[in-house]
Ligand binder design. Sequence first.
Ligand SMILES: Nc1nc2c(ncn2[C@@H]2O[C@H](COP(=O)(O)OP(=O)(O)O)[C@@H](O)[C@H]2O)c(=O)[nH]1
Ligand SMILES: [Mg+2]
Ligand SMILES: [Zn+2]
Length: 367
Amino acid sequence: MSDKHRKQKADFRKNRTPRTRQKGWEKHVGDDSSGLDDMPREERVSGKGDLTKKRTIVTSGGADIGIDADLGRRGRVLSVHGLTCAVEADDGTIFQCGVRRVLKTLTTDERHVVVAGDAVMFRPAQGNEGLIERVEPRVGVISRTSRGRRHVIAANVEQMLIVNSAAEPYLKPHLIDRLLVCAEQEGIQPVICITKIDLAEPHELQPLIGVYARMGYDVLALSVVDGTNVEALRQRVVGRRSVVVGQSGVGKSSLLNAVEPGLNLRVGVVSEETQKGKHTTTTGRLITLAVGGYVVDTPGIRSMELWDVIPEEVCGALRDLRPFVNLCRFPDCTHRHEADCAVKDAVADGRLDARRYESYLQLFAGD
Ligand SMILES: Nc1nc2c(ncn2[C@@H]2O[C@H](COP(=O)(O)OP(=O)(O)O)[C@@H](O)[C@H]2O)c(=O)[nH]1
Ligand SMILES: [Mg+2]
Ligand SMILES: [Zn+2]
């Protein structure tokens, strides 16, 4: 498939959905708003069929919407609030943009058509308002499942800062493992950040840090109270496109404030995002760094329900477990109850961390 074609997941049309006949459609034929050029060129049912209950639509360059000569200006989406998005233009000017209707109808299964990090073309209107005409194809997307639908949190990121606190709230290694799978599957470089180490005994963290370091992961133990490793984190975000993920309260905003003085992100408060309301937003917020690059701050993720993870593929995303899977007696071994399982043998004699194996079982079960 050429990279001009973009795969999208969409719900099957329900059998009994009434079709509403559009009135006066003839008037729009030939007019740009008809959206005829935007129709999918090709449809096929994805091989995963029953597993995902989604069909894959291959559109002819999903982003080629409205093939006008003048698509306006180039920009980057900073945040999305209800129906409007803050878009930063090339020159740093910020526009409040709506989204062209045909873009919304194309991605019916996504709660947010446009998310923080999206590269867009928009047409400026009066004042600092505008209309997003086109969304460029995304590279490096993090998403989760929210009530059975794909929920994109951030787009176009190359690095994921996985933040987990040593205390308050207590360390949750399974959440780190889950986010690592997400990063591995998207090809995003993970950096494991253990925050609030001023509240913990360093030797208690060593075994856990060792497990990840042996797998080749970059692990930083940080504290904004005494400044431990803040400079090391700054070096990792300079000039790069990052996203910061982790539960609410682990210190994500505090870390970003420490990395970029003057940022003044609100700290220690329940963000508006997590409160119930009409215009709640659960997508990220992009922060352009003075040192170059950007970081997408995300609201607290309580349980990272991974999108489109097939249990059989989880092994491939677990760096420590992966080397053993081909040594099992049965080629279709699930490493749970089978005899002569090399994975279980590795756990038994300590070559594979038992807690990581537990994470595997949880991920396999899909919880
Ligand atoms: N002791 C200690 N507290 C921290 C540290 N980082 C953040 N906190 C506190 O943890 C709470 C939550 O921080 P915040 O940055 O808002 O977390 P977020 O929800 O992940 O953005 C605040 O009360 C911070 O003051 C740290 O390194 N050490
Ligand atoms: Mg925060
Ligand atoms: Zn096995």
